[in-house]
Design a protein around this ligand. Structure first.
Ligand code: TRP
Length: 451
């Protein structure tokens, strides 16, 4: 039946798969997006809905993606094609692979731009430009940096080149080596920053209470949709990234246990990032609801006011950059693998093609803070916001539901048996969540938000 190895290579162990998938999951979504969304949506209640989505929808769908990937052992597009045929299902289901590829380019288009900003901020923090900075200074530094089309496009390009280089080197020599070093480094940096925030700000508990106390006044279905979209985004679900990584996973590792571990790591990093950022924000009397600028405007002010802020500022943006790289390589992997299978070209050529195209699409987002700042696509949103909103709040949940329905109702039982041996309680719970709860929950949120 299923092949035991992928032509693209394999992770050398279960631990390496966990590091790679956690590397995909932990990214700008945790450090940049989660804190600012929690800030905009009133803290505790948002966090609670988000955590609920992680456990009820996220972990089951992540398991389903790994299951599908490991059964097909190819790019998501070809995996879906093969599994659809093997299960005697309607070719419609192949849409999962194609829609995922489109969502991947959309996400990368803004992801790489923000990652580029972060790289630039490593140098800006290191130069001491923010020492003693006040809000006005940090605001104008951010506006003039993002307003300069050449610098934004340049850093965006540099980030894409780094992504391409790692992707081109392949699964064993590229992706695995990157995550093997960057993930532990990231974890150490994060722990250092949490200790710093706890020890020096004197406002640590305020951060804790902001994240965990329920303020029901802020409840809205729009915020629930945002929390659900964030759960998909932060776990890299709904577009085939985890499916692609699952294709390289050793057969002997348990899917449900591994998915749970990855989700817990990811959630831990998001909460820790909140515990770094909010104490800094409150200690300096800044606004928690500052939006996407929270990390780039508010934090530099905080670092500028603090003892050793320059060094910790550099550490912080290094952390963000590492996290972004181990995620972006998973965003290009599905398309790179597909091109290699389809066109029979080298991985290097595949990576350059995909990365180059993603960079081109990303120009739309890079221009959204300068020459296209006034160009809006839908609902008054810039290209940047449109890509973020449509991919995270719509395409990922839709892709995720299709994956859930396919794995729960369509996929040949023999394949599931082969990939998930043993009929444990955990398995029954998964089967129930994936067949009924996850599709119903996502549909409910869509209906309540859009109708
Ligand atoms: N999960 C990553 C983050 O939180 C982003 C990411 C990587 C992603 N690969 C993905 C999001 C695939 C959706 C789909 O930053």
């Amino acid at each position: 039946m299923a092949v035991s190895e992928s032509v693209h290579g394999m992770w050398s162990s279960r631990l390496m798969f966990i590091l790679a998938a956690a590397g995909s999951a932990v990214g700008l979504g945790n450090i940049w997006r989660f804190p600012y969304l929690a800030g905009e949506n009133g803290g505790g209640i948002f966090v609670l809905v988000y955590l609920g989505c992680i456990f009820v929808i996220g972990i089951p769908i992540m398991s389903a993606e790994i299951l599908l990937g490991r059964s097909g052992r190819q790019s998501p597009i070809n995996t879906m094609r093969e599994l659809t045929a093997m299960s005697g299902a309607n070719p419609f289901w192949q849409i999962v692979g194609w829609m995922g590829a489109i969502a991947g380019f959309m996400i990368l288009s803004f992801y790489a731009v923000i990652a580029g900003w972060a790289i630039s901020y490593i140098f800006q923090m290191g130069s001491g430009a923010f020492t003693g900075a006040d809000a006005e200074f940090a605001n104008s530094a951010f506006t003039s940096f993002t307003g300069n089309v050449w610098s934004v496009v340049g850093w965006h390009g540099l980030f894409m080149v780094m992504t391409i280089v790692i992707a081109a080197r392949g699964v064993g020599k590229g992706l695995e080596i990157a995550v093997k070093y960057l993930m532990p480094a990231l974890f150490v940096l994060l722990v250092v920053l949490v200790i710093y925030a706890a020890a020096t700000t004197g406002h640590f508990m305020e951060g804790v209470s902001f994240l965990f106390s329920l303020n029901t006044e802020k409840f809205s279905w729009g915020a629930v949709l945002t929390a659900m979209g964030q759960a998909f985004f932060t776990l890299s679900l709904g577009m085939g990234a985890i499916m692609a990584y699952g294709a390289y996973m050793p057969k002997d590792a348990s899917i449900l246990g591994t998915a749970t571990t990855i989700a817990l790591l990811d959630t831990g990093v998001a909460l820790m990032s909140g515990l770094v950022i909010f104490p800094l924000v409150f200690a300096n009397g800044l606004e928690s609801s500052a939006g996407p600028g929270l990390m780039f405007i508010t934090l530099p002010i905080a670092f500028g006011q603090m003892e050793g802020g320059e060094i910790f500022g550099v550490i912080f943006f290094l952390l963000v950059t590492f996290a972004a790289i181990t995620s972006s390589i998973s965003l290009v992997e599905p398309a790179v693998a597909w091109i290699v299978e389809k066109a029979k070209i080298s991985r290097a050529m595949g990576a350059v093609t995909v990365g180059g195209f993603a960079w081109l699409v990303g120009l739309g987002s890079a221009f959204s803070t300068n020459i296209w700042a006034d160009v809006t696509i839908v609902g008054g949103m810039t290209f940047f916001y449109t890509m973020d909103y449509v991919s995270n709040n719509i395409m990922l949940p839709v892709g995720g539901v299709l994956i859930a329905l396919f794995a729960g109702w369509i996929l040949d039982k023999k394949i599931i048996e082969d990939q998930m041996p043993g009929r444990t309680t955990m398995f029954s719970l998964w089967r129930f969540l994936i067949r009924f709860v996850a599709p119903a929950a996502v549909s409910l949120v869509f209906v309540m938000t859009f109708i």
